[in-house]
Design a protein around this ligand. Structure first.
Ligand code: ZN
Ligand code: ZN
Length: 71
């Protein structure tokens, strides 16, 4: 199963992304049914699933170390 956030290929049974810990399953807030990733509607009760976009903390650009502490 591919992570929608970072496109990391996780195992099909994966619930959380191996790469950045995003939850890969859509749990229906109405009935608690676990739907497949990317489902827009619950396949059990038909409730609209709100898709929360995965939050990825962008790593800051690696800055060259210019100021070394003097020995
Ligand atoms: Zn991910
Ligand atoms: Zn449901």
């Amino acid at each position: 199963m591919e992570c929608p956030g970072c496109h990391f290929q996780n195992r099909d049974e994966a619930i959380f992304c191996n790469e950045h810990g995003y939850k890969l399953e859509n749990i229906c807030p109405n009935c608690g049914n676990t739907n497949r990733l990317g489902s827009k509607y619950c396949d059990k009760c038909g409730n609209v699933l709100t898709i929360t976009p995965p939050k990825i903390a962008k790593p800051p650009p690696s800055l060259p170390i210019t100021h070394r502490s003097r020995m």
